[in-house]
Ligand binder design. Structure first.
Ligand code: SF4
Length: 354
């Protein structure tokens, strides 16, 4: 589908170039970024430091909004899941995870996902289309409206629906907007992009800014990872980890976060835990262990707590930094591996006041 021009599709540099090509003074771009992202104003007619004539000219060409909240659910632990509708009525999801004094927002980059990871609800949906830059950054704008007046979105993680590295151009442009002090102004270290292992795109992503890279590992052997994360058949562990060992942005700058969803009887053995430190040797990294979340139609479940504790302890004793996460928002299917819209007709869902 062809989208109308949206101001949020552009970083400051890109908007300047576009304006210049259309005869609009380049400095207007910074004013507009300020309205859109600092003041949260989307009505071009209210951008009062632009002349009335320019406001009318821009409003006749540009849109400023890309997604609308269709439904909001709040978990007992404070996690909020937003079902967001695009202009062509596709539903995507974003999750606000409150922590002490900060809110982390998990955002989507595609409608559905083609990678079909075996434990993931999104993977069962198949792939529909990539999100635009505007649709990615607008998830942050909608989320900001949902947090308390004196709060903000302090961290953004690209871990929602979709594989970010298969929509890299839009993801990179959205990150430029997020980290630009004249736009959203987030510190790069507050942004984490997760990949299932699209090896040829990793270096390009982490070279653009000192953001965090998360890698969905989920297995300690190729045999198990081939099943859980099928892209492993194309880019097996030795290729993925070889790239991470050789990329200077990994070895000299920020540690990689390895995500490992613990699935009972599948990848939770002590042998697996013992393999991980050796497998990941020489890669500055931290391991996040995540208890599996069940979803309708899913066949995996989390191991017992003592099994997970023993797994974490074994990885730690092998010399790794490791965290066993508690699951957030599981009661509203907002937890990792649970993001999949159950609505089939986007226009009929009802927003729940929160
Ligand atoms: S885990 Fe990520 S990459 Fe894998 S199917 Fe789910 S959304 Fe796609």
């Amino acid at each position: 589908m062809k989208h109308p021009a949206n101001l949020k599709d552009h970083s400051l540099e890109s908007l300047r170039e576009r304006f210049v090509s259309e005869g609009v003074p380049a400095y207007r771009a910074a004013q507009i970024m300020n309205w859109l992202y600092k003041r949260g104003t989307e009505d071009i007619h209210q951008m009062t430091d632009l002349s009335v004539a320019l406001r009318e000219q821009l409003a006749s060409v540009w849109e400023t909004r890309a997604v609308d909240v269709r439904k909001a659910e709040r978990s007992v632990d404070g996690t909020q899941k937003l079902a967001l509708a695009t202009k062509d009525e596709r539903l995507i999801e974003a999750v606000i995870i409150p922590e002490a004094k900060r809110n982390t927002l998990c955002i989507s980059t595609q409608v559905g996902c083609a990678l079909a990871c075996d434990f993931c609800a999104t993977g069962t949906m198949g792939f529909t289309r990539n999100l635009t830059t505007a649709e990615i950054v607008d998830q942050v704008c909608r989320a900001k409206e949902r947090v308390g007046e004196d709060e903000t979105i302090s961290n953004v993680v690209f871990m929602g629906m979709g594989e970010p590295l298969l929509n890299l151009a839009a993801v990179k442009e959205s990150i430029r907007i997020m980290i630009d002090p004249r736009a959203m102004g987030l510190a790069p270290r507050r942004i984490t992009v997760s990949t299932a292992g699209v090896v040829p795109k990793i270096s390009e992503l982490i070279a653009m800014a000192p953001i965090n890279l998360a890698v969905s590992l989920h297995a300690a052997t190729n045999a198990v990872r081939d099943i859980l994360v099928p892209i492993n058949k194309k880019f097996p562990l030795e290729v993925l980890l070889g790239l991470l060992r050789s990329d200077e942005n990994v070895t000299r700058k920020r540690p990689v976060f390895f995500e490992y969803t613990l699935l009972e009887g599948v990848n939770d053995s002590i042998d697996d835990a013992k393999r991980l430190p050796g497998l990941l040797r020489d890669i500055p990294c931290k391991m996040n262990l995540i208890p599996a979340n069940s979803h309708p139609g899913g066949r995996y479940q989390a191991p017992a707590q003592d099994v997970m504790d023993r797994f974490a302890e074994t990885v730690y004793n092998g010399g790794m930094r490791v965290t066993l996460r508690r699951s957030r928002g599981a009661d509203i299917a907002a937890a990792c591996g649970q993001l999949a819209n159950t609505e089939t007709t986007a226009g009929t869902s009802v927003e729940i006041p929160i």
